[in-house]
Design a protein around this ligand. Structure first.
Ligand code: HDE
Length: 665
């Protein structure tokens, strides 16, 4: 989509080049006559030093990798626009939230956390959801995740957490997984992980797509208005497309069938004009009410239940343009929680305080020096001036003799400005205390909200959590760690821990372990309680043979925005329609629903087709059929299994049919 009046798009255009149709040159502009043979002495002789073209080409290649992000290495991004719903100046000075309809260019990068750059995307993991707002007042980065809390309370433990979840150092196994001894050893030795581990074992950690997950700023920030009044604030992104998760068996299979599943979906949907949208909302606590709650509002392992502190919607983000070049944009974008604008400030959340150091620091090694703000994707769209100079890859040509503050030669410019002229003034919080290394006692309730999360889930979601624990702990080799985990999570729910214990071969939790008291459930944290029936962008496979007549079905699906792919025993055309896939190149895990309208004479093809139907059935997806002998007996009367094409659309719209029995998650 062409963005009119988008300053970021205009800025990027100045750095964008098209090579198509151009003569080949060196990096220095010299046109070349030959790019396939090195310069040698005789046709069979040695290559000579003089071959500047060979050396330039090879040197560039030798240096074309940069370190991947130490966490969130695997990611995918898109451009978009944020539009303010109204004037939020009663709570924040931020200009981009100051007027209904005000538009701000944005770039979002979604990611997994633990895996390396080439790892599969549908693994069980937290997802990153980082947004850069290119505002008139400078860049504002909202660097969030798809889970509203975190594993640890103090940033000093972050290297330990990450070392524990990454592949184990002696053999670099397993990739992009938490199902191994060191991760669970960390969990059982750090009880503050209890709440986040519950979310991590839930379907939140296996989202269906980046379009269908929520985002959270996690840490507690501060909003300040022009009168200096402050609120503590938590940020939320709510996907307009609703939420959906994979089922675990499916997630693991997709990791092999299409490791690019999430980035492909994001890219394809944006190309097709089906732009993902997310509403930005905040929870607010007035400065004076800091101590009013049963939990510490600075503790990043706690949610602020939405039922207690409601959301206020501030605007909507639409992702409407794919990158032109993955490396230049998605890989080189550099986020930092410290990139704020007037009206947005920090709290003393100890995780946030540590993050404020880490992000710029990591860019220095990743992007090779202090000038990464000059890379096109990172440049603000407003002017920037200061006395910082030089460093690797400096692009700006600063004119003049002066590069120091308090100068007479340049009228002491660039000069600072007052707050009323847009200068950033830190919130003047009064703080007194002794220098200590200690955790506040108000951070010490590790289990109440973990149990609240458990109690807030539907029975199906609870079953998935138990299955996830059994999978993860089942992969842990050290029996003592398995046992410690069962004891730890008995504090969250004894019956849950007992079931897990039985399945992973350890004794039931000790009788002396007390389950924590109940808090009122929070429906907002369940995915299934908040499901929206949706057809748009769902993907359906229809298996056809030469006798199939599915024109009407295709038409009615496509009218609803469903993507239809035809699958058959061979490629080519059937009834004037192109076959998109064979039973070998397609796979049921890549579809939201399947309609079988074929019956092949070849028994092998029929067996493959049966596998498609079984898998769709096992993953609770809509299944329709008209011609396939034998299927009646297997699936008759099961929820979401239909034999009439028009019923199929309804079954698809309702999402997964978890009320099906005999299926495997
Ligand atoms: Fe990050 N995190 N983080 N993190 N984080 C990074 O910065 C860090 C945390 C998040 O798409 C790194 O540029 C510390 C919470 C996202 O480019 C690094 C702590 C949340 C991304 C870093 C945390 C996040 C990162 C690595 C504990 C959710 C990817 C590469 C105190 C609110 C951004 C980089 C992108 C990336 C440090 C915890 C979100 C090392 C020290 C909590 C989405 O600086």
């Amino acid at each position: 989509m062409e963005n009119n009046n988008n300053k970021k798009v205009d800025q990027l255009k100045q750095f964008t080049t098209k090579d198509e149709g151009q003569p080949l040159t060196t990096n220095h502009g010299l046109k070349l006559t030959n790019d396939e043979h090195s310069l040698t002495i005789g046709e069979r002789g040695p290559t000579i030093m003089e071959d500047f073209h060979f050396r330039e080409k090879m040197t560039h290649f030798d240096h074309e990798r940069i370190p991947e992000r130490v966490v969130h290495a695997r990611g995918s991004g898109a451009h978009g626009v944020f539009e303010s719903y109204g004037d939020a100046s009663d709570i924040t000075m931020a200009h981009f939230l100051g007027e209904k309809g005000r538009q701000t260019p944005v770039f979002v990068r979604f990611s997994t956390v633990a895996g390396s750059r080439g790892s599969a995307e549908t693994v069980r993991d937290v997802r990153g959801f980082a947004t850069k707002f290119y505002t008139e007042e400078g860049n504002y980065d909202l660097v969030g995740n798809n889970i509203p809390i975190f594993f640890i309370q103090d940033a000093i433990k972050f290297p330990d957490l990450i070392h524990a979840v990454k592949p184990e150092p002696h053999n670099e196994i397993p990739q992009a997984q938490s199902a191994h001894d060191t991760f669970w050893d960390f969990v059982v030795n750090n009880e503050e992980t209890a709440h986040m581990t519950m979310w991590h074992m839930s379907d939140r950690a296996i989202p269906k797509s980046y379009r269908q997950m929520e985002g959270f700023g996690v840490n507690t920030f501060r909003f300040v208005n022009a009168n200096g009044e402050a609120h503590f604030v938590k940020f939320h992104w709510k996907p307009v497309q609703g939420m959906e998760s994979l089922v675990w068996d499916e997630a693991q299979k997709i990791a092999g069938k299409d490791p690019d599943f999430h980035r492909r979906d994001l890219f394809d949907q944006i190309e097709a004009g089906n732009y993902p949208e997310y509403e930005l909302a905040v929870q607010l606590i007035p400065q004076e009410e800091e101590f009013k709650f049963d939990f510490d509002i600075l503790d990043p392992t706690k949610i602020w239940p939405e039922e207690l502190i409601p959301l206020r919607k501030l605007g909507k983000m639409t992702l409407n343009r794919n990158v032109d070049n993955f490396f230049a944009e998605t890989e080189q974008i550099a986020f930092h929680v410290g990139h704020v604008v007037p009206g947005i400030d920090f709290s003393n959340d100890p995780l946030l305080q540590g993050r404020l150091f880490s992000y710029t620091d990591t860019q220095l090694i990743r992007l090779g020096g202090p000038n990464f703000h000059e890379l096109p994707i990172n440049r603000p769209v407003c002017p920037f001036h200061n006395n910082q100079r030089d460093g690797y890859g400096r692009m700006t040509i600063n004119k003049g003799r002066v590069a120091y503050g308090r100068n007479g030669l340049q009228n002491d410019t660039p000069h600072v400005v007052d707050q009323k002229d847009g200068g950033y003034a830190h919130y003047q919080e009064k703080i007194e205390g002794r220098k200590v290394r200690a955790r506040s006692v108000s951070f010490e309730d590790f289990y109440s909200q973990a149990r609240q999360f458990w109690l807030s889930q539907t029975p199906v979601e609870q079953e998935h959590i138990i299955d996830a624990f059994c999978f993860e702990l089942g992969k842990v080799e050290t029996i003592e760690i398995r046992k410690a985990a069962v004891d730890m999570f008995a504090r969250v729910d004894r019956a849950m821990a007992e079931q897990i214990a039985q399945r992973i071969g350890v004794s039931a939790p000790d009788a002396s372990i007390e389950q924590v008291a109940d808090l009122p459930p929070s429906d907002a944290v369940s995915i299934l309680k908040n499901q929206v029936p949706i057809l748009k962008a769902k993907k359906v496979g229809i298996i056809v043979d030469t006798n199939s007549n599915v024109d009407d079905l295709i038409q009615s699906l496509e009218n609803e925005g469903v993507i239809v792919e035809l699958i058959s025993d061979k490629q080519g055309m059937i009834n004037n329609r192109e076959i998109n896939h064979t039973l070998d190149t397609a796979d049921p895990v890549l579809y939201d629903g399947l309609f079988v309208a074929a019956s092949f004479t070849d028994v092998v093809q029929n067996r493959k087709m049966q596998r498609f139907a079984d898998e769709i059935f096992n993953h609770y997806k809509a299944l329709g059929y008209i011609a396939f002998e034998g299927m009646d007996k297997l699936y008759a009367n099961a929820p979401g299994v239909v034999t009439a094409p028009d019923e199929f659309i309804n079954a698809l719209k309702m999402g997964r049919h978890f009320d099906r029995t005999d299926a495997t998650g």
